[in-house]
Design a protein around this ligand. Sequence first.
Ligand code: MG
Ligand code: MG
Length: 249
Amino acid sequence: MAIMIKTPQEIEKMRRSGRVLRQVHDAIKPLVVAGATTLDLEIKANEVIASFGAKAAFKGYHGFPAALCTSLNDQVVHGMPSERTVLKDGDILSIDCGVIVDGFYSDAAVTYAIGTPTPQTKRLLAVTQASLEAAIQEAVVGGRLFDISATVQEICEAEGFGVVKEFVGHGIGKAMHEDPQVPNFGTRGKGPRLKAGMVLAIEPMINAGSAEVKVLKDGWTAVTVDGSYSAHFEHTVAITKDGPVVLTR
Ligand code: MG
Ligand code: MG
């Protein structure tokens, strides 16, 4: 499938979608504390999404049951909210959410530390987030797709972290997953030429230890094979002639 080019009007609609999603994340953030359950966060997310007349993009997607993916500690992505998952000091929690507003999707993720993280955990979160920010700067007209990928890989591997290969970023628009795939690894100077009107979900998924992941028996939750913590940060980013525009900021 060809990479869809969005008109400025479509990007404006995606910006509105991204603004709603930002407010979902902002509303959840104060609830990410020791003693809360991931179901508490899910309930809040649904309230906020409904208050905007928006739709939760993940719910029902290939049968996924929730608006949020809540991935705890060694869970990489696609963890499911549960009243049995109680947050405690020293945990990290990745929260991924997507919404649909006026037919357009947005997708963003963040990883929070609960209480006091170890120095290693702190570094994992800081480096993963920094790799996303650096990768966004590569989302420019005339660049190459894998400049984005290589940027994440270089920054995270230089810190000794494992770059997850099985899950990748993606184009986004009228569907949650459009072409192209946006891997977090690759060769600088390769891949499709980046053009104005492309919109990408850029999302480093980075393990404190080995890059290896496996999916649990629930068919969804991906975890690190070595039990190390994993971080996930994501933004929906439009490539424009004026540079990258983060629609989910
Ligand atoms: Mg996401
Ligand atoms: Mg995504």
